[in-house]
Design a protein around this ligand. Sequence first.
Ligand SMILES: [Zn+2]
Ligand SMILES: [Zn+2]
Length: 372
Amino acid sequence: MSDYYETLGVARDASQDQIKKAYRRLARELHPDVAGPDAEDRFKDVSRAYEVLSHPDKRQQYDLGSDPSAPGGGQGGGFGFQDIFETFFGGGAQQSGPVPRSRRGQDALVRLDVELAEATFGARRELQVDTAVVCGTCSGSCCAPGTSPRTCETCHGRGTVQRVARSFLGQVMTTQPCAACQGFGTVIPEPCPECSGEGRVRSRRTITVNVPAGVDTGTRIKLTSQGEVGPGGGPAGDLYVEIRERNHETFVRRGDDLHCTLQVPMTAAALGTVLQLETLDGEQEVDLRPGTQPGQVITLKGLGVGHLHGGGRGDLDVHVEIQVPTGLDEEQEELLRSLARARGEERPEPRLSAAHPSVFGRLRDKFAGRQG
Ligand SMILES: [Zn+2]
Ligand SMILES: [Zn+2]
């Protein structure tokens, strides 16, 4: 927070009259017509200091350590800083000639939902967008066919008018946009009936978007000059397509890697087997080694999502979940009992170890959350 007393060059116990005098002196000194545009920042500082210190309630607030002119600070009404500033600069002081009727349009944002497979391999998608386009009737001139703009009689085409304003600083010459032509310097005698003289109309059109591999939720694709056409048929802004990736029922994405859970019977995990797994790349063979343990991860290299920048793809991590048989019939139970006998596991010794939440455990919790 800047020291407003120092800015105005007054003591902390200065009277309202002293503050006012100090401000008048500085404002004359720093007025842009005298001191040039370099002094503009100082002038703003001085005006802000005066705005606070000239109001007893704001001054008290400031003395207590908070800045009432800061964003979100108390705005005590009265003559605001912006008002003071505009008294001197007239709001449009920088403006030297008529403003062009045609201006660049705004950027536009549309959202596009993509499937995981589209994010993985890239896709071409058609998208409907609703933006302003150049009016076909007047081609952006804003005039009814056969008519043209006329020079404004009030400002003679300058777009600005000068006014003498009286303030406590004396007479101040201000330059303001011409009200008759809104600063354009020309008036349109007969506006185009199609666009009401706007030079643009709203239109729905279909565009094709190339969605590159590797996009993720939040990725924005920029389509240059596909946004809103500006007033007066001005050049179009850009169009941003924001990607939102739909959740996949099997695969969970982390970065460019995919994860899934594979449930295998205890016997298959113990004996080993080859499984066919349906991936985004079609059926893939997964080699389950004999003695596969719960939580073991089988990595299928390069079957993840394509990298957005640079080639290559992430991996597909298959997390093995082992299903212990339930509902054994008599024969199965006897088979398992004889296996336990053969392995000396009828009365296993308790073996405790510290719990360590594995990465898989955390992931599995997320799967569980997703799949209910
Ligand atoms: Zn038109
Ligand atoms: Zn005018």
